[in-house]
Design a protein around this ligand. Structure first.
Ligand code: GDP
Ligand code: MG
Length: 441
């Protein structure tokens, strides 16, 4: 696939903005890649359409081809689709004992995942965990969980033959309360296909324990089926997230993508083998890379974009050295600083600026201040930005008011600008420009 794609992309070598044709040609292949990775047809179609609108007309980064640019755009859009809100690995387990309900089809990896997550909670978060099997149809399933429990050092609810799943769930809740457990995990039975009995049973259990998390375990190798299973379980019992198992196999992760696109439910973990520590929190970049299979190109475009940013910074530096440091430069600088861990972090990295960093610190300079300063600069006119010395008292009042601040705030900003410009000019004269430039790059 990669070969076919690069073939297409080699042909798209003209520079400039992405034309509709460039984008269409590249996306035709992307669509094939998605389908080959088992992404469902409607999802692939929607996605391609969305990216097409988004990509057309976008500027092509210098030194990459339009095709490569499209790949990067596709990759980023894919990551955005896959990404849920918040930290996927953070399970809601406050208010002990917190129930976690594990659901899914038989053989999807529920029991294994229950053990993996229990071990993770115990080892990483120091939680006291209780596991209970509600699989009354296969006596071996209960033993399987008990064996896992012994192996990973996590307690399991004693087995009482003849109990219904909902009764076992009640017993687990009771035991978790009495035993001072932080979490109790309920490993439910699964069928080969979704059926009413299964769903009814899961619903009943859900109503009794009111789980903090209901995790659907699905086999990552089952493309389209996984999506249907997710929709069904979500409609009937409501799921809070998905665990994709068997992602150590050669499946391409299309299921993850379709499932996320269709149900909007976050993917929380991926299972990467049979061993009890073969589980990781979900990383959208990885799956996107797997589906698209074009990690090299993505990295290449990122590198090219970084280079351009560095070039911009260098150009700005040169002007600064000549004492042409104006408010636009300051604004750009402030915005960059914010991205790079605030003013202090940045100043500390620049030789000769250590002293200023101290002043900045003393002045209680934080990221909020940076935003306020940017707002002040934004309310200046173009001319004023280019030459702040022009500012008269009446204009100062207006600008401060426009940014919702005091004139004294503006004066502080102007003073800072003057100081910075002075320092830079001096450094330029002293020929330390190179050093500073390196520090900036
Ligand atoms: P359940 O019926 O849903 O409880 O499924 P099990 O937990 O019993 O798992 C069924 C089989 O899949 C077992 O042989 C597990 O070892 C295996 N399995 C589960 N998760 C993974 C995984 O992430 N990768 C691989 N390779 N095998 C897994
Ligand atoms: Mg099981």
């Amino acid at each position: 696939l990669s070969e076919r794609l690069s073939g297409v992309f080699d042909r798209l070598t003209k520079q400039g903005a992405l034309s509709e044709d460039d984008v269409k040609t590249a996306l035709r292949e992307v669509r094939v890649a998605l389908l080959e990775a088992d992404v469902s047809l409607p999802v692939a179609r929607d996605f391609v359409k969305r990216v097409q609108d988004q990509a057309t007309g976008q500027a092509v980064t210098k030194s990459v081809t339009p095709g490569q640019q499209v790949v990067k755009i596709v990759h980023d859009a894919m990551v955005a689709t896959l990404q849920g809100e918040g930290d996927p690995g953070a399970l809601k387990i406050d208010n002990p004992p917190a129930p976690i309900l594990m659901v899914g089809l038989q053989g999807s990896g529920k029991t294994t995942t229950t053990g993996k997550l229990a071990k993770r909670l115990k080892d990483k978060e120091g939680k006291k965990v209780l596991m209970a099997s509600l699989d009354v149809y296969r006596p071996a399933a209960m033993d399987q969980l008990a064996v896992l429990g012994t192996q990973i050092g996590v307690d399991t609810l004693p087995i009482v033959p003849g109990q219904k799943p909902v009764d076992i769930a009640k017993r687990a809740k009771q035991q978790a309360l009495l035993g001072g457990y932080d979490v109790y995990m309920l490993d439910t039975a699964g069928r080969l296909h979704i059926d009413e009995t299964l769903m009814g049973e899961v619903e009943e259990v859900r109503n009794v324990v009111e789980p903090r998390e209901t995790l659907l375990v699905v086999d990552g190798l089952t493309g389209q089926v996984a999506v249907e299973v997710a929709e069904e379980f979500d409609a009937k019992v409501g799921i809070s997230g998905v665990v994709l198992t068997r992602m150590d196999g050669d499946g391409r992760g299309g299921a993850a993508f379709s499932m996320r696109a269709v149900t909007g439910k976050p993917i929380r973990f991926v299972g990467l083998g049979e061993k009890m520590d073969a589980i990781e929190t979900f990383e959208p970049e990885r799956i996107a890379g797997r589906i698209l299979g074009m990690g090299d190109i993505v990295a290449l475009v990122e590198k090219a974009q970084e280079t351009i940013e560095a070039e911009q910074a260098e150009r700005m530096m040169k002007r600064m050295m000549k004492g042409q440091f104006n408010m636009n430069d300051l604004k750009m600088q402030l915005e960059q600083m914010q991205q790079m861990g605030g003013m202090q972090g940045m100043m500390q990295m620049m030789p000769g600026m250590g002293k200023m960093a101290k002043q900045v610190e003393e002045a209680g300079f934080d990221d909020k201040v940076i935003l306020r300063q940017v707002a002040l600069i934004q309310s200046m006119t173009k001319k004023e930005r280019a030459n702040p010395a022009l500012l008269q008292a009446s204009r100062k009042k207006r600008i401060a008011a426009g940014a919702g601040q005091e004139v004294s705030d503006l004066n502080k900003l102007l003073k800072m600008h003057r100081q910075m410009a002075d320092v830079m000019k001096k450094m330029g004269k002293m020929g330390k420009g190179k050093m500073l430039k390196q520090a900036m790059a």
